[in-house]
Design a protein around this ligand. Structure first.
Ligand SMILES: NC(=O)c1ccc[n+]([C@@H]2O[C@H](COP(=O)([O-])OP(=O)(O)OC[C@H]3O[C@@H](n4cnc5c(N)ncnc54)[C@H](O)[C@@H]3O)[C@@H](O)[C@H]2O)c1
Ligand SMILES: O=P(O)(O)OC[C@H]1O[C@H](O[C@H]2[C@H](O)[C@@H](O)[C@@H](O)O[C@@H]2CO)[C@H](O)[C@@H](O)[C@@H]1O
Ligand SMILES: [Mn+2]
Length: 441
């Protein structure tokens, strides 16, 4: 079987070690020739890079491994770029969450004013990454899950329409895994229908691969418990904020009992509850910095000090194997059914063709082919149109340097009640983001 060359962009990410371990676990179905890490923060990346080098020398010594800040070295000859960058890192995520809360608005990584602030930072970083990939590895595919994925995907559609970039979010995969636990089965035994925008969608059907319809069974569970499960198979989701999120799906389901909700809808349908339950001094960024980030970097330093990763090494992110499924779909034309963020072009019949939507696709060597989901009800269509218009205006505002359009984008978000509030929070975010944003006139 051909061996592949992969660069992980955002090599210093908290997710990198778990993904590298997952790649090692999957070598049998996705063999690796080369695995490089690329980041523009050499110091941060070096801590993980040095530890991963030790781990790979013990677990997979045949892989040519390197970590670098040199894009030429990072990208030349690569087949796939797995991209998970965070422009501004955790320091800026913290501000994205805390500044809106000062205005009694949602303080969240990808939703509401914080998500839009993050979007205004990410677009530039992502376009730079795509250009580097195309300069040094014209055949390379980018598998992108850098956030905010909806805004990044819209920016790719407008600014780099012909680039080989596939945008995907792990939320549908993660929630399907919870649904499979509810049903006492495994995700690979299930098939779903789903429509929406990234972090803004609904499942319409959950079926067994043999055709058995489990939708009502999952609904009955979610009606009582949300997606809160008894089984926790990853440490990440035992964090209190994730437990609350999974519980809250019960309230989302009450609003629209025809479908099963993506948990991110909590920020749009219950914004005042979410603000009331937030601590403006301690947000999710603080929870992650004291939790996942600390654990990953402490583990790396320990591996380096011990000179071995055999005991007390990195945890595997087995859930991230969907990234290998996606790479294999492209490499081997597997026609894998995956939920992806793609240009609508009729997949949702009563929604604009040029909207970036999240729907099941069949993925092969040419990329994703969306599966038609038919017409959606007025309630969802109206919510989605408001949200997608906000996302489009934000991207236009970024490209044109237009304060007016960015203000309109903020005003259209359901998480912000008035144009006055939109302007107040926008003005604070402009100051906080400085050169991370283009100048808005
Ligand atoms: N779509 C999904 O489902 C999903 C799931 C999990 C995480 N994510 C995203 O993955 C990303 C990483 O998350 P994290 O919590 O590990 O963040 P992190 O801050 O730990 O890591 C991000 C890394 O990106 C680097 N970086 C920033 N700008 C860069 C650029 N222009 N070029 C190269 N490297 C750059 C940073 O230096 C940092 O090391 C975020 O965007 C996060 O939102 C997405
Ligand atoms: O607050 P964080 O940084 O822990 O997570 C934010 C991300 O949440 C989603 O990803 C989850 C995923 O849904 C879950 O199954 C598991 O893999 O953990 C991921 C990270 O917690 C979401 O899809 C991402 O876009 C967010 O960045
Ligand atoms: Mn996501």
């Amino acid at each position: 079987m051909k061996k592949f060359s992969v660069v992980i962009a955002g090599g210093g990410s908290t997710f990198t070690p778990g993904i590298v371990r997952m790649l090692v676990e999957n070598l049998g179905r996705f063999p690796l020739e080369r695995l490089y890490l690329y980041d523009n923060d050499g110091e941060r990346q070096a801590i993980l890079g040095e530890a991963i080098e030790i781990m790979l020398s013990e677990e997979a010594p045949d892989i040519d491994f390197a970590y670098t800040t040199d894009p030429k070295k990072a990208f030349t000859g690569m087949d796939f770029c797995m991209a998970h960058i965070r422009v501004g890192k955790y320091a800026m995520r913290e501000l994205d969450e805390k500044i809106p809360l000062k205005h009694d608005l949602i303080g969240q990584e990808t939703c509401g004013p914080g998500g839009m602030a993050y979007g205004m930072r990410s677009i530039g970083g992502m376009m730079e990454l795509i250009d580097l990939m195309e300069q040094y590895a014209p055949e390379c595919w980018m598998l992108n899950y850098s956030n905010p994925a909806a805004i990044v995907a819209e920016a790719c559609r407008v600014l780099r329409p012909d680039s080989k970039v596939l945008n995907i979010c792990d939320m549908p995969v993660g929630t399907l895994r919870r649904m499979s636990q509810i049903l006492g089965t495994t995700p690979d035994q299930l098939e779903v229908d789903y429509f929406g925008l990234n972090h803004f969608g609904w499942w319409t059907s959950i079926r067994g691969k043999d055709g058995t319809d489990y939708t009502e069974q999952v609904k009955a569970y979610v009606k009582e418990n949300g997606y809160l499960n008894q089984v926790e198979i990853d440490t990440q989701h035992t964090d209190p904020s994730w437990q609350e999120t999974h519980k809250k799906a019960k309230d989302l389901f009450a609003v629209e009992p025809r479908f099963l909700p993506n948990t991110y809808l909590q920020y749009y349908l219950f914004p005042e509850d979410m603000v009331a339950h937030s601590n403006p001094e301690y947000t999710r960024a603080n929870e992650v910095m004291g939790g996942r980030e600390k654990e990953v970097f402490d583990t790396a330093r320990r591996i380096i000090a011990n000179g071995t990763a055999k005991e007390n090494g990195f945890h595997i992110d087995s859930h991230a194997s969907f990234i290998v499924d996606l790479a294999r779909a492209i490499a081997f034309n597997t026609h894998e059914r995956m939920i992806m963020i793609v240009e609508n072009n009729g997949a949702i019949a009563n929604f604009p063709d040029d909207a970036m939507v999240e729907v099941p696709c069949i993925v092969g060597s040419k990329g994703p082919e969306p599966i038609a989901q038919g017409k959606i009800p007025n309630f969802e269509q109206a919510l989605m149109f408001q949200q997608v218009t906000s996302e489009k205006l934000l991207v236009e505002g970024f490209i044109e340097g237009s304060y007016q359009k960015v203000w309109q984008a903020f005003t259209l978000s359901r998480t912000i009640p008035t144009a006055t509030k939109a302007r107040e929070v926008l003005d604070d975010l402009i100051v906080a983001n400085g050169d991370f944003w283009p100048e808005l006139k």
